[in-house]
Design a protein around this ligand. Structure first.
Ligand code: SF4
Length: 181
């Protein structure tokens, strides 16, 4: 097992699965869904569309890596109105993913891998967009969707479910890396 895989394992994600990074395909429909602004973040963050950049540039970057590991946290809700579990699962995924990024940084690997998060960049309490440049352009967290990936399709490629059944909610992020890392 390589160092990146070891660090992923240490974070305790509920599910992980890996595919070839060169199989990843960006989709215009995903970017269109961002523009529909159901999340109310469109055009409010340097790491989200339209500021984050062109999906085909992301695809070119993705294809420079050998592997893509999807890491996932699943919330099991009491019923469909159980917002508490939903929020907790989202926060757990964020904490695990940010801890993974810190661990990659400490291992000197963060510049050599690509990380795509679940949800918008929350490194700063308040994003500087659009009034001032991004505070941490090398660390900003672009989401899988903002990069143009259809999350359900990516999970399937990585061999893990996107939907874990009735009254469950899954949050997915991914790490792209090369052989020997
Ligand atoms: S690092 Fe800060 S300024 Fe940059 S995109 Fe993230 S929240 Fe915005």
């Amino acid at each position: 097992m390589g160092k990146v895989e070891q660090l992923i394992e240490q974070q305790g994600f509920d599910f992980t699965g890996t595919c070839s990074a060169r199989e990843l395909v960006v989709r215009e429909e995903v970017r269109d869904a961002c523009a529909a602004d159901k999340c109310h973040i469109y055009n409010t963050n340097w790491a989200c569309p339209p500021a984050c950049g062109d999906i085909y540039d992301f695809e070119r970057q993705m294809h420079e890596y050998d592997h893509c590991t999807v890491v996932q946290t699943v919330g099991y809700m009491e019923d469909e109105f159980d917002a508490e579990t939903l929020l907790e699962a989202g926060e757990t995924q964020r904490n695990r993913f940010y801890a993974l990024i810190e661990a990659l940084d400490e291992a000197g690997l963060s510049k050599d891998v690509m990380t795509l998060s679940a949800g918008h960049c929350r490194i700063c309490k308040s994003c500087t967009y659009p009034d001032a440049p991004c505070r941490f352009p090398d660390k900003r967290l672009v989401s899988m969707e903002a990069a143009g990936l259809y999350v359900a399709e990516t999970c399937t490629k990585a061999g893990i479910p996107y939907n874990h059944g009735k009254n469950t909610i899954a949050f997915s992020s991914c790490v792209l890396y090369n052989d020997g890392q």
